[in-house]
Structure formats: structure tokens, C-alpha cells
Design a protein around this ligand. Structure first.
Ligand code: 5GP
Length: 129
């Protein structure tokens, strides 16, 4: 599904990227910024975002350069390793659109670790249409 609205330059992560809002930074390079989630869902919960203005994975996968895409995946692995999560295990997750409850319309990947993370999704009966 394509993103129905244009990129909002005043979304929270755009403001963090411009330095208008604070963050607790854990990693930065030319293409990527990573920082602690303000409302952590695990002992370690990091948000990894491209510096470019992309709404979602759909937008990022369509418009970003190979360099930007490669940098994001390399950053995820580097951050997990630096935080010592590669030994104990971790999960990375991205939400796209309404069904996944994406709240912030700037593409981001969640990185979780620090304890047993449980099943991948909350078990819930699939609703019949
Ligand atoms: P989403 O539901 O869009 O995949 O996740 C958005 C994430 O951004 C949530 O986990 C939320 O806690 C986090 N978040 C929202 N506002 C802020 C903020 O101002 N600073 C930081 N560091 N995280 C935020």
C-alpha cells in the first residue's frame, strides 16, 4: 500500500533530526540516527531512523538510494552488537500504516532486547470479515 499523504516535515522524528527536540542518541552516521524510545517496551528499545524524509518502509524501499538502505541495515547490526545484544538475542520490527499502528510518519525500525521478548505477535483470533 502506498502512503496516501505527503511527508509531514513537522513529525516528531523530523524535529529530532533537526535538533528541535532532544533524544538520547546511541548511533549516528551520514544516513542514520538511532536513539532510545521515549516509552520503552523492553529493557533496551532503540529507534533506528533514516535521516532522509521517508514516511514508511514502502516509501523508503521505493525512493531511498541503495546507500541509504544499506546504511540502515548495517546500523541496526552495529547498534545491536555495540549494545551486547548479538549474544543474548534481539528483535527488530517496523510498523507500516493503520493495521500495524504506525504512530510516527517517519520510517523507523524498533530494536528490542535485554530480556526474553516472548512471542512475535500477541495471540488474537483472526476476525472474520
Ligand atoms: P510506531 O508506533 O510509529 O511504530 O512507533 C513510534 C515510537 O516512537 C513509539 O514507540 C513511541 O514511544 C516513540 N516516540 C514517540 N514520540 C517520541 C519522542 O518524542 N521521542 C522518542 N525518543 N520516542 C518517541
Amino acid at each position: 500500500m502506498s502512503d496516501p499523504t505527503p511527508y509531514d516535515p513537522n513529525n516528531i522524528f523530523a524535529r529530532i533530526l533537526r535538533g528541535e527536540l532532544p533524544c538520547t542518541k546511541v548511533f549516528e552516521d551520514d544516513h542514520v540516527l538511532a536513539f532510545h524510545d521515549i516509552n520503552p517496551q523492553a529493557p533496551i528499545h532503540i529507534l533506528v531512523i533514516p535521516k532522509g524524509a521517508y514516511i514508511s518502509l514502502d516509501d523508503f524501499g521505493t525512493r531511498a538510494s541503495d546507500g541509504e538502505i544499506g546504511a540502515l541495515f548495517r546500523a541496526l547490526a552495529t547498534i545491536a552488537r555495540r549494545l551486547g545484544l548479538d549474544d543474548t538475542g534481539y528483535r527488530f520490527l517496523g510498523n507500516h500504516g493503520i493495521n500495524a499502528h504506525q504512530e510516527v510518519p517517519h520510517f523507523h525500525v524498533h530494536l528490542f532486547g535485554g530480556h526474553r521478548l516472548g512471542p512475535m505477535l500477541t495471540r488474537k483470533p483472526v476476525e472474520q470479515e
